[in-house]
Ligand binder design. Structure first.
Ligand code: PBG
Length: 328
């Protein structure tokens, strides 16, 4: 007789037939860093805008736990944010200086992933250049290619365009190849949705929609002309085809949990590694519910990560990366 419960009858049997595991090697830890002292991020309990010293310490602690990949997000002071985001391509800017320092300290033990998008550097908070109330595509792409190159020269292992401009992968790949950076990987934010779940992140960076960002009525108030409509799935496959053609190395779905159907479809439709980003809102919802006593933090953290892996993600970017490894 078939009894499905036989395979669940003891912890040993359950672990013998367990299909999915999340290990330190699957995880990428996103970190915010800034000049000056560390600060708590109110919208993301447990996460900080780290001083450079605290960032180095956090990386060292994480390496001891088996983590090795870090996604770097600079917090840029308002006085460096401009309409044209020119600080993004400064070879001695905060990100570039910090990459060099991390690589001097930890060498090739760390994999550094840098964000390629203009939003930390624009006074208006958009990922692209704005002209006459519109986000310019090709002008932005030219700048993103320069930005990725500056990051690669500083020592970034993986550049990760999160901007959703058309044909940025092609332009970045060309710039890297021409400068002999043949081994620099591109992890594309292939299907990045215009999601409410980025709210806490924008608060962390004082970006679009946060109280701190310059409020203008003559610019788009959201990112819907470049990030994808949450209602669309086939369009994600079109973006996937483009990124494969343009020689991305890793493709990403973002956010993760509410988009697990997209993760699953990516897995069926490419041989490339698939990454998924458990974004700030996914993290903060779990933290908030746990603080209210509605759910168990550790259990929710583990179940959320296993569900993303089970959906088909080979790699998961998560603010829980370190806390998860501490419990392994
Ligand atoms: C911006 C960027 C965003 C995130 C990563 N890169 C936010 C946005 O598009 O507004 C979100 C990450 C998160 O919410 O954790 N290029």
């Amino acid at each position: 007789m078939i009894r499905a419960r036989r395979l669940r009858s003891s912890p040993a049997i359950r672990s013998l037939v367990e299909e999915t595991q999340v290990t330190a090697h699957d995880l990428i830890y996103p970190l915010f860093f800034k000049e000056g002292n560390s600060e708590d991020i109110n919208s993301m309990p447990g996460q900080k805008r780290l001083s450079i010293n605290d960032l180095l310490q956090e990386i060292e602690d994480s390496l001891e736990l088996g983590l090795r990949a870090f996604a770097l997000f600079p917090v840029i002071p308002n006085e460096f944010k401009t309409w044209d985001a020119k600080e993004a391509i400064n070879p001695d800017g905060l990100t570039q200086k910090t990459i060099r320092q991390i690589k001097r300290t930890f060498g090739n033990d760390v994999i550094l992933i840098t964000d390629v998008a203009l939003d930390p550097y624009t006074s208006h908070g958009h990922d692209g250049l704005v002209h006459n109330g519109k986000i310019l595509n090709d002008e932005t792409v030219a700048m993103l290619a320069e930005m990725a190159l500056v990051q690669a020269e500083a020592g970034a292992d993986i550049v990760a365009p999160s901007d959703m401009m058309d044909h940025r992968i092609k332009a970045i790949r060309k710039a890297l190849e021409e400068a002999n950076h043949h081994d620099t990987l591109i992890m594309s934010y292939t299907a990045k949705y215009a999601s409410c779940l980025y709210g806490p992140f924008r608060e962390a960076l004082a970006s679009l929609g946060s109280g701190d960002c310059e409020l203008r009525t003559d610019i788009p108030q959201d990112k819907k002309t470049y990030q994808m409509n949450p209602a669309n799935a086939r369009e994600a496959l079109k973006e996937l085809d483009l990124d494969i053609q343009e020689a991305a190395d890793i493709v990403m779905v973002k956010p993760a949990s509410w988009y697990s159907d997209i993760i699953y479809q990516f897995k069926q439709n490419t041989h490339l590694p698939v990454a998924a980003y458990q974004v700030s809102g996914e993290y903060s919802m779990i933290q908030a519910a746990a603080q209210l006593g509605y759910i168990d933090l550790s259990a929710a953290m583990k179940e959320s990560l296993i569900s993303i892996k089970r959906s088909g993600a080979d790699l998961i970017l998560s603010y829980f990366a370190k806390a998860y490894c501490q419990e392994l």
